[in-house]
Design a protein around this ligand. Structure first.
Ligand SMILES: CO[C@H]1[C@H](O)[C@@H](O)[C@H](O)O[C@@H]1C(=O)O
Length: 691
């Protein structure tokens, strides 16, 4: 087992369960013959055969014990209502058809059928009952996209699973089988779009050869209901065709984009649209021409509009000087533009205002731009959460943000309701996850990182699912539905992200990672050219205390939240302790709810994080008999690395903070293994190079 099959392993189900699955899949009955329908049938055949050892027959009419795939176009009278299922949803129902037990999988479209068969296969794989089914499911969010930060040279920015899976050199001629497996995996969790290239884009990605390569991928993904999108570089008209300017209000610039867009749609008739990172981290953008983000977005939006395309404009900006608080910039730049964007523009906002930290309070733009459809951007790749080795399941992180209450329209104004459009009445809705995919055999750099890709897709389809239920499904499909395995693995996953918060950045601390690789700790760094690249800028530790004052006496970033929240955050006593030092600068002897001092509480959390990892090692060891040797060994090795590094994080952080506050460690706490200079002199052993 090398992890290549992801959660689509279809492992032999054992005698009794195999017979049960066979009895419900004696045949696959379907009339449609589209490429999508063919993929659905193929997937079922492959899965059922692999789980049961028996290949289901293929019939056109439903027969006893068959899986009946039916759309209004292919089957005249479907005994289930398809109302409300939209173009992608499905219904699954156990029915009696002319005296025969049959499982009906019905949808308005073939893509809906494909989603439906994957649901049924999930039931089959996780040991769920296949009788008495009455399921209806439709996605809550319209656009459910992966964002690849893949470069044209084959590297992946912040990628920890090897080189890019896009074989740009041999595309469009060679279409390797991995692309189809990629599409199957994504379709199985409801992903319906993919942005192929890095937001730090090269102009060449829009040149004719690359359009042809993108078109080849689009052809492969189309039957799986997945559209292709591209990131664009703002100055592409200058770089590719020598225009003198990229001013969005210059008619020649607009005409260039219109022509370029038409060219793309000739090659990819269902092209999804553009993703743009502008005026951020050195990228060019409309502000270089004294225009706004809205001017830029709307010019592109006009170009794709007739084709039904969209523009996703990122709110991750920090280009100009923002001396008092980087966390405020996106709001300051974008809030005034609310209502100024064309109706096919979405603003894509990271879950937090800084940058994919182990924990961040939700981004204040959520709830603040009611006239603009906001798209969520999560990071599936774990830039700040241990990358390819640390086991830190992201389901709870995603959920924490989706469930966060913005109070924008009173209590219950959750972020899930903002991005699904229901709170503000938007029809265009979307969510993006920065992919963790590369050419590693296991796709994601580790077996457990696959769970983050899986969880992202499942939550994009239905943000109300629980992180735990998702972990259970994933574990059952990835390892085995044996409860002796599922219970401990899921328990281990569920606490793992909090453990990383504990050993990296407890109590609301953030961005203490070494500059560049963002992997190991470097809270001491303070000399970099830009203040907001320095860990000291974020923790502001001095002899008296620690934390970033974002109240009125500080940067007043809390004023960007709804009054009900801002009031709560104004006072450390009513600020959630998990976000304490994000919002407040507090004395080292500040009393936590537990009664211990802030300093002691900090040290205890570091200890707790390290101890949790040791606990995961013990749990995993106890599962040795239940896991295949290859996947067992990978996780065993990675947990050992994680333990060593959690310890390193703890010791380096404590040594550094102690060098500032000169306080003794709380009773019973272990002293750091080395002195501060030892940590300063070393970079983290497994940190990949910054690209
Ligand atoms: C693509 O660039 C990334 C950059 O590597 C990363 O460190 C930061 O998280 O955010 C940037 C962004 O989101 O644009």
């Amino acid at each position: 087992e090398d992890g290549y099959d992801l959660w689509l392993r279809y492992a032999p189900a054992g005698q009794a369960r195999g017979t049960d699955i066979s009895a419900h899949a004696r045949a696959i009955s379907a009339q449609g013959d589209s490429a999508t329908m063919a993929s659905a049938k193929q997937e079922l055949q492959r899965a059922v055969t692999s789980m049961t050892g028996h290949a289901p027959a293929l019939t056109t009419e439903p027969t006893a014990g068959s899986l009946w795939l039916a759309t209004p176009g292919s089957a005249p009278a479907i005994p289930v209502s398809l109302k409300g299922l939209g173009a992608e949803g499905y219904a699954i129902r156990s029915i009696d058809h002319a005296g025969q037990p049959i499982t009906l999988i019905a949808a308005n479209s073939d893509i809906g059928i494909l989603h439906g068969i994957f649901h049924w296969l999930r039931l089959a794989q996780t040991g769920a009952s296949l009788d008495g089914l009455d399921i209806r499911s439709a996605p809550r969010i319209g656009l459910r996209l992966l964002n690849h930060w893949d470069n044209l040279d084959g590297t992946v920015e912040r990628g920890y699973a090897g080189q890019s899976i896009w074989d740009w050199w041999r595309l469009p001629d060679y279409k390797g089988p991995r692309y189809t497996d990629y599409a199957r995996a994504n379709a199985s969790i409801g992903i319906n779009g993919t942005v192929l290239n890095n937001v730090n884009a090269k102009a060449e990605s829009l040149s004719a050869p690359y359009i042809a390569k993108a078109a080849a991928l689009a052809d492969i993904f189309r039957p799986y209901g997945i559209k292709v999108y591209l990131s664009v570089k703002w100055t592409a008209p200058m770089e590719l065709d020598g225009l003198k300017t990229a001013d969005p209000l210059d008619p020649k610039v607009a005409a260039w984009w219109k022509a370029k867009t038409d060219e793309i749609y000739r090659a990819i008739p269902d092209f999804g649209g553009f993703l743009v990172k502008a005026n951020s981290e050195g990228q060019p953008g409309p502000q270089d021409y004294q225009r706004t983000h809205a001017d830029g977005a709307n010019m592109l939006a006009a170009a794709v509009k007739l084709h039904g395309g969209i523009v996703m404009w990122r709110a991750f900006v920090y280009a100009h000087d923002n001396p008092d608080d980087r966390a405020k910039q996106a709001y300051d730049d974008f809030k005034p533009l609310d209502g100024k964007f064309a109706d096919n523009v979405m603003v894509q906002v990271k879950n937090g205002a800084i940058d994919f930290q182990p924990r961040e309070p939700f981004h204040p733009l959520f709830g603040a731009m009611t006239k603009t459809p906001l798209m969520m951007e999560f990071q599936i790749t774990k830039e700040y959460l241990g990358q390819s080795t640390h086991l830190t399941y992201l389901g709870p992180l995603f959920k924490e943000t989706l469930d966060a209450d913005t109070y924008a329209k009173g209590k219950g104004s959750t972020i899930a309701k903002i991005i699904d459009g229901s709170l503000d009445g938007h029809r265009l809705t979307g969510i993006a996850g920065v992919a963790n995919i590369g050419i590693d055999r296991d796709w994601s750099g580790s077996i457990f990182n696959q769970a983050d890709w899986y969880a992202f897709g499942r939550l994009a389809w239905n943000p109300d699912l629980s992180a735990e239920a998702i972990a259970r499904e994933w574990t059952a499909m990835t390892f085995s539905p044996d409860p002796r395995l599922i219970d401990p693995v899921v328990a281990m996953m569920m606490g793992s992200r909090e453990a990383a918060v504990d050993y990296m950045t407890p109590l609301g601390l953030a961005h203490l990672m070494a500059t560049g690789h963002h992997y190991g700790p470097a809270p001491w760094v303070s000399e970099l050219a830009r203040p907001e690249w320095n860990p000291v800028y974020y923790h502001k530790a001095d002899a008296d205390g620690i934390g970033f004052d974002r109240t009125k006496s500080g940067s007043n970033a809390i004023s960007q939240y709804a009054p009900a929240i801002a009031r709560r955050l104004a006072d450390p006593a009513t600020t959630p302790e998990s976000e304490l030092l994000w919002f407040h600068h507090l004395p080292w002897d500040y009393r936590l709810k537990s009664g211990e001092t802030l300093w002691d509480g900090l040290v205890h959390r570091y200890d707790r994080g390290v101890a949790y990892v040791a606990g995961m090692q013990r749990t995993w060891e106890s599962l040795r008999p239940l896991v295949d040797p290859e996947r067992f060994a990978q996780t065993e090795a990675f947990l050992a690395i994680q333990h060593r590094e959690a310890q390193w994080w703890r010791d380096a952080s404590i040594a550094y903070f102690q060098s500032i506050n000169h306080l003794p460690l709380p009773e019973g706490a272990q002293a750091p293994a080395h002195d501060l200079n030892w940590y300063k002199a070393r970079s983290f052993p497994y940190a990949p190079g910054h690209n």
